[in-house]
Write a new protein. Structure first.
Length: 170
């Protein structure tokens, strides 16, 4: 992706359920470019805190990706009160200096499995206009793109149950 060989997604990293404190710190420590990639704008710290305070925790699930002692990626699932986990929104965020398709694929697979475990058949993914690489990745997983929008539905059944390593609870 950035002209460097991609490191294998292996035992050099850990996947863990993400606490609110770790997620908030991850977003607050993000660069302007990372904030634009995740939120579509250079969201301020106060905007991020306000958004995080409004999340319904009963319909939210997050897994963090760590390398060494640093959180480098996050996959989030957002269910809805009306539909529970039928078609949750899925969001991926990866630190730009660690961003590889291998990490994104692994986080996507974790998100798809976690959504399936909660009863979803597919997830809803929204893209920023410049995210061509993420569009290509979800296309490999059977994404159905909504015409005229920057959104897609990605089926949860493209990943075998034992397709990725499990994550650790905090």
């Amino acid at each position: 992706m950035h002209g460097q060989p991609e490191p294998p997604v292996s035992s050099s990293f850990r996947l863990q359920n993400a606490s609110e404190e770790s997620v908030l710190r991850f977003f607050l420590d993000s660069t302007t470019e990372e904030r634009i990639a995740r939120f579509g704008s250079p969201a301020t710290d106060d905007t991020i805190r306000a958004w995080r305070s409004r999340i319904d925790r009963s319909n939210y699930f997050a897994v963090r990706h760590e390398q060494g002692h640093h959180m480098v990626g996050l996959v989030e699932l957002f269910g809805a009160n009306a539909t529970d986990w039928q078609r949750p929104k899925l969001a991926l965020t990866v630190r730009s200096q660690r961003d590889t398709s291998a990490i994104r694929i692994h986080l996507l697979e974790i998100g798809l499995i976690a959504a399936r475990e909660r009863g979803a058949r597919d997830v809803f993914v929204a893209f920023n206009s410049f995210e061509t690489y993420m569009r290509a990745i979800v296309r490999q997983y059977g994404a159905r793109f909504d015409q005229g929008t920057d959104t897609a539905g990605v089926p949860c059944d493209f990943v075998p149950v034992d397709g990725v390593s499990s994550w650790c609870a905090d």
